[in-house]
Design a protein around this ligand. Structure first.
Ligand code: PLP
Length: 433
């Protein structure tokens, strides 16, 4: 037993894998065994391991200015440059950026920015947030309350109602549709439920609707065609903001620059980024709001004085330097176009598993996918089969992740090659067999 309380783990069992180093899309354990990292760590190491440019960006920044903060009148150039770059790239007009350390704290920040905004425009009663079942938005008290997975709620006594969290259907056709229901009918039904929820609660009390364009931790749910169009129509009708949690989908994962653009989501008002913002080399996150939301916040700040929110490591210069270099590499090397091409190849190859006796569904977009397993009749048995398949893959030299108790997830680095996708598929097929 070590002295670590392991995150997201069964605390009674100890880890069976000690990872020691990484190179490209591979990691190596402490016995020298090589694994294809088919999950980019936790959906984050988009440029793979041991990227010399990112290492140099971090080490040069460490030598130059290892720490400075952004509180009360202080700033630094690398932070300014990164905010400009993000603002230029994101699909939101005049975007303003607040830096944090993780996806979870960035979502907390966005809850506070929403409240600050609605207070500033004289609508303090408009504070509720609609989040979806089977969503993942983090694990801090507030972001775990947004999350729609029971495992992240159990025994934590989260303050859902104090935070005004409302829950609506997941756009998960495979698990959520009724017998004989078409995708169109499914979308009509769950968006009608959304509208009814808004009417029942009172549109004037609801600030925003939060969604991951495609989910990750909850089983890689790709909504049916037309879903976001309908959702955005309803939100516009009732003056409710759209908040895109792009912690996984931001920066090329779905084969386009942003998940919103890949999924037809128009001009989100709020966005959350982390993970691929720095290719997972250093913790950094960004909470982004539209210029339209920012204007009244500034005005109010003149009245109330200090905007009383910020982390010691908001805009950490080393994080900013690594993120800036990451974004430069994405653009210079056309990484998103590569992710699109290789992503289509990966999805086509994964689809060949559809006839396999223990595969229920293969779904995904770009370079993210889930293979849903159906070998057993009870949820606990299915979870065991998924865990077994994951361990078999590990023995054969590939790291994946069990998600939602029913699926194996795939989210390889964006730089992966066709040859490496073939290797991934070969190991996966052997593991399933
Ligand atoms: N939002 C989404 C969509 C995520 O997938 C995650 C993490 O996987 C988070 C938020 C939380 O990010 P973090 O683990 O960096 O706190």
């Amino acid at each position: 037993m070590t002295s670590i309380i392991y995150p997201a783990s069964n605390l009674k069992s100890q880890p069976n894998l000690v990872i020691e180093k990484g190179d490209g899309v591979y990691v190596f354990d402490n016995k020298g065994k090589k694994y294809l990292e088919a999950m980019s760590g936790l959906w984050c190491t988009s440029l793979g391991y041991n990227n010399q440019e990112l290492i140099d960006a971090a080490s040069q920044q460490l030598s130059k200015l290892s720490y400075s903060h952004m509180f009360g009148g202080k700033t630094h150039q690398v932070g300014i440059d990164l905010a400009e770059k993000i603002s230029d790239m994101v699909p939101t007009k005049d975007a303003k950026v607040f830096f944090g350390n993780s996806g979870s704290d960035a979502n907390d920040t966005n809850i506070k920015l929403l409240r600050y905004y609605f207070n500033a425009i004289g609508k303090p009663q408009k504070y509720k947030i609609i989040a979806r079942e089977r969503s993942y938005h983090g694990v801090t008290v507030a972001s775990a309350s947004l999350t729609g997975l029971p495992v992240n709620h159990t025994n934590f006594d989260l303050p859902f109602s104090a935070l005004g969290i409302l829950r609506t259907d997941a756009p998960h056709y495979y698990h959520g549709s009724r017998e004989g229901e078409t995708e169109v009918e499914f979308v009509d039904r769950i968006t009608a439920n959304l509208e009814q929820l808004i009417i029942d609660e009172g549109p004037d009390t609801i600030a925003a609707f939060i969604a991951e364009p495609v989910t990750g931790a909850s089983g890689v749910i790709v909504p049916p065609r037309g879903y976001y169009e309908k959702v955005q129509e309803i939100l516009a009708k009732y003056n409710i903001l759209f908040w895109a949690d792009e912690v996984i989908t931001g920066f090329g994962r779905l084969g386009k620059d942003f998940g919103c653009n890949a999924m037809g989501i128009q001009s989100p008002d709020i966005l959350t980024f982390a993970k691929q913002l720095s290719s997972g080399y250093i913790p950094i996150s960004a909470s982004v709001i539209s210029g339209e939301m920012y204007a009244p916040i500034i005005e109010s700040s003149e009245k109330v004085g200090v905007f009383g929110h910020g982390y010691t490591y908001s805009g950490h210069p080393v994080g900013c330097a690594v993120a800036l270099k990451t974004l430069e590499i994405y653009q210079r090397d056309n990484v998103f176009a590569h992710a699109n091409e290789i992503g289509q190849y990966m999805q086509n190859q994964l689809q060949t598993l559809n006839g396999h006796s223990i595969v229920g569904e293969v779904r995904g977009k770009g370079l993210i996918a889930a293979v849903e397993l159906v070998a057993s009749s009870t949820p606990a048995q299915t979870a065991d089969v998924v865990a077994f398949a994951m361990r078999a893959g590990q023995e054969l030299g590939m790291i994946t992740r069990a998600v939602a108790g029913t699926s194996l997830a795939f989210c390889p680095p964006l730089i992966i090659t066709k040859y490496e996708i073939d290797e991934m598929l070969f190991i996966l097929k052997s593991a399933l067999d």
